[in-house]
Design a protein around this ligand. Structure first.
Ligand SMILES: *[C@@H]1O[C@H](CO)[C@@H](O)[C@H](O)[C@H]1NC(C)=O
Ligand SMILES: *[C@@H]1O[C@H](CO)[C@@H](O)[C@H](O)[C@H]1NC(C)=O
Length: 254
């Protein structure tokens, strides 16, 4: 894998934010993005919610790594219960998963200190908590895009291939018990120099949603390809319940 410097951009349409940062093609270790939510007001230090949240975090760091996904509810009903979910990328080892969640939860606690809801994403994991039960509902609120600033040469053919690969992977993920799929496709068709170029992709949903909702969530994300990643060498649409990523270099562990 080359270590050429590339620029990654992040865009959050709801807030009209767009930031870019330089990086290498290796996986980033820092957070990709986060949202703090105070729709339910803020909680206070030493409240039952804070204590439930701390227990929730420890529970998810323990429960998630063996399978890559877990949900947990901590606290007595009607007494500031904390609901949480953790997901690791389908190819992450239990150790990578645990390391990522430890980092993500620590980071989120410091970035959204008294928020009753928050979500954070890393390359290898996602963590979300809320003061209400959100399990099984597709999260259409928290979403961001990332793309590689570099353009491909033949964007029309490339965009078509990207959509084809991701649509196939969306169907595969929705029918896989882990709601995850990865794959590759020959780009070809662009003359001699393109003959052995490949496109790599992944699709994944959080496992609290149904197979049908997973497919719907991914199809919706894929429909945003023209907005996020038109002719770009790499791109992602990342939401609370599903995400996809494609690159022209292999980025998965297996
Ligand atoms: C919650 O706390 C943040 C600072 O941590 C503050 O900016 C915000 O206004 C608070 N929200 C409410 C609803 O109190
Ligand atoms: C990619 O294409 C866009 C739109 O045509 C252009 O604005 C941008 O400068 C190009 N990026 C690079 C790295 O050449």
């Amino acid at each position: 894998m080359s270590s050429t410097t590339i620029l990654l951009c992040v865009s959050v349409t709801a807030f009209l934010v767009q930031t870019c940062y330089g990086g290498a093609t290796a996986e980033a270790t820092g957070p990709l993005f986060h949202f703090c939510s105070d729709s339910g007001g803020n909680f206070t230090a030493h409240s039952p919610f804070e204590s439930n949240l701390k227990t929730l975090i420890n529970s998810l760091i323990y429960k998630t790594p063996p399978t890559g996904f877990a949900v947990s509810t901590i606290g007595q009903p009607q007494n500031q219960q904390a609901y949480g979910l953790a997901l690791c990328r389908g190819d992450a080892s239990p150790q990578d998963c645990k390391t990522c969640l430890s980092e993500a939860t620590k980071e989120l606690r410091s970035r959204c200190q008294y928020n009753t809801g928050a979500i954070i994403w890393y390359d290898y994991c996602e963590f979300k908590y809320l003061d209400t039960d959100f399990f099984g509902q597709v999260d259409n609120t928290n979403k961001f895009y990332m793309w590689n600033l570099n353009n491909v040469t033949d964007s029309t053919a490339f965009n078509h291939k990207t959509k084809e690969l991701l649509s196939k992977l969306a169907l595969e993920a929705s029918t896989n018990p882990k709601l995850y799929a990865s794959g590759e496709m020959k780009l070809g068709g662009g003359g001699e120099s393109n003959n052995n170029k490949m496109l790599y992709g992944l699709t994944q949903c959080t496992r609290d949603v149904s197979s049908v909702d997973c497919k719907k969530c991914l199809d919706e994300a894929i429909s945003e390809l023209p907005n996020c990643c038109d002719g770009k060498q790499g791109g992602r649409v990342v939401g609370g319940s599903c995400n996809f990523r494609y690159e022209i270099y292999p980025f998965l562990n297996n």
